[in-house]
Design a binder for this molecule. Structure first.
Ligand code: UDP
Length: 496
């Protein structure tokens, strides 16, 4: 049988509609297609516009499926189909309730549209896919977006019932049950929140049940970055765990790196690229806090003062929180004073393109896992500035375990505009953290360690690389389920 005629698995990928979840899932879709699988990537019309350009890179084997979210029924503004469009915290639960409406549509779609699905791979935040997979009698894997370190730490905290036993969210404790590390990992409940630990406990319970009953776990990391975490996590779950990342490495050319994330934003990357081309290798500080976090004006001023104090070239991807004459005036004067030495880009930037440019020497990041992983893979050391969710534990991984970053010293989570003064970081602390990476003897040690990780990353997707092998193993496992060689929770499945 010719390679093209061989039965192919048809993976149905269901990302949460949030940039930090859709982007890695779209990259993962391309990886699956590159290994000869068919993929249906499930989304909604607003998100399809963002994903179209990157999905087109998968050719005929990657289908973008648009289901509809009845936003108005849940009190959401029309078209509020992505977490970055939910601008009021009280709309979060309605957003997740609205997403649940995709369940029947997906079930119907998969029954009616050939080819038959072989396996669903869904984001952890889409627990209702468990019901769809059960109803269709096909296996289901969970795709986790956070680091394995975060997953292991929160699992250990839950196993030791510390989420219940520790009542004060600010009380410090050590994460139990980790192997011997140079230093113990100290957290509090605010800095080690479980994913989707929202007031709606039904949602958390649903997520936990869907995790527990999954037929396997896919991780966007690579074994080399978190070896003992992957081993311990696999051991604790007692099921298949496949680290297949960093999935962003699927994009080798500028074209892929530019459309990644928001193909509809019409990102003009040439200005950014040209500016970077004119800078010395390793000289530029890149600042970006991901797709959701917003920076308050008074915090922007502190960052701006620190940048001017260091005098180092900078590229600042700014997602501002507040508007107004004062903000505009400050920004205009700041840009004028720093013309030639730094640029500010408002809106979406091609982050992977920037991180992989030789001029970039340091990344000031909010420690979202994708950003963290992209920086580790590119060999760029980090100034860590976590805001919420898994970001504080990702910071610990970077600063205490990988030792490729320096903390800016955030004391409390900062979600949307709900920042108290303890969440504000002063310019002196920002300057200190930047200098301890970009200058000095200690900085050189950090930079050297960071470069070593890029060397490791460059091999993981190649022939014999750990992530490539894990991906192939995951596909083989699925094919074996489909041909009846294995049993997934007692179910059978199909190839197309
Ligand atoms: N990203 C980007 N341009 C931007 C902002 C973000 O390309 O202007 C990408 C970034 O490369 C990463 C993702 O969006 O892949 C953000 O995910 P992450 O987990 O870092 O943070 P989140 O946005 O979920 O807080």
């Amino acid at each position: 049988m010719a390679m093209d005629d061989a039965p192919k698995p048809h993976f149905v990928l269901v990302p949460l509609m949030a940039q930090g979840h859709m982007i890695p899932m779209a990259d993962f879709a391309l990886l699956l297609v590159s290994r000869g699988s068919r993929v249906s990537l499930i989304t909604t019309p607003v998100n399809a516009r963002r994903l179209r350009a990157v999905a087109n890179r998968g050719g005929d084997n990657l289908r973008l499926v648009e289901l509809s979210m009845p936003c108005a029924e849940f009190g959401l503004p029309e078209g509020c189909e992505n977490v970055d469009l939910v601008r009021q915290p009280e709309l979060f639960i309605p957003f997740f309730n609205c997403i649940r409406r995709l369940e029947d549509q997906l079930n119907r779609y998969l029954r009616e549209q050939p080819p038959a699905p072989t396996c669903i791979i869904a984001d952890q935040c889409m627990p209702w896919t468990m019901e769809v997979a059960n109803d269709l009698g096909i296996p289901r894997f969970v795709f986790h977006c956070p680091s394995c370190f975060y997953l292991l730490c929160t699992l250990r905290i839950a196993e030791h019932e510390l989420y219940e036993k520790v009542s004060d969210p600010c009380e410090a404790f050590f994460v139990p049950g980790l192997p011997q590390l140079p230093q113990r990992i100290e957290v509090n409940k605010l800095k080690a929140q479980r994913f989707l630990d929202v007031p709606d406990l039904d949602l958390l319970r649903h997520v936990q049940e869907a995790d527990a009953t999954a037929d396997g776990i896919v991780l966007n990391t690579c074994y080399e970055f978190e070896p003992w975490c992957v081993d311990d996590y696999r051991g604790a779950l007692g099921k298949e765990v496949w680290p297949v990342g960093p999935v962003s490495l699927i994009h080798k050319d500028t074209g892929g790196k530019v459309v990644r994330g928001d193909g509809s934003a019409g990102v003009d990357h040439s200005g950014v690229s040209q500016w970077l081309d004119g800078r010395e290798p390793g000289s530029v500080l890149f600042i970006s806090f991901g797709s959701i976090a917003r920076t308050l004006f008074r915090q922007q001023v502190e960052i701006g003062n620190a940048l001017e104090a260091t005098g180092r070239p900078f590229l600042w991807a700014m997602k501002e929180a507040e508007k107004g004459d004062l903000v505009e005036e400050w920004l205009a004067e700041f840009e004028e004073r720093n013309r030639g030495n730094g640029i500010i880009v408002k809106g979406w930037v091609p982050q992977v393109l920037i991180l992989t440019h030789p001029a970039v020497g340091c990344f000031m990041t909010h420690c979202g896992w994708n950003s963290t992983l992209e920086a580790v893979a590119a060999g760029v050391p980090m100034v860590t500035w976590p805001h919420f969710a898994d970001q504080f534990l990702n910071e610990k991984l970077v600063v205490d375990i990988l030792r490729t970053g320096v903390s800016v010293g955030v004391k409390a989570p900062f979600f949307y505009m709900a920042a108290g003064d303890d969440a504000l970081v002063k310019s002196e602390a920002v300057e200190r953290a930047v200098e301890s990476i970009m200058g000095g003897v200690e900085g050189e040690k950090i930079r050297r360690r960071a470069r070593k990780f890029a060397e490791k990353a460059s091999k993981v997707m190649e022939e014999g690389g750990s992530s490539k092998d894990n991906l192939d193993r995951m596909i083989d496992y699925t094919i074996n389920l489909a041909t009846g060689n294995y049993k997934a929770n007692g179910r059978a499945t199909a190839l197309c």
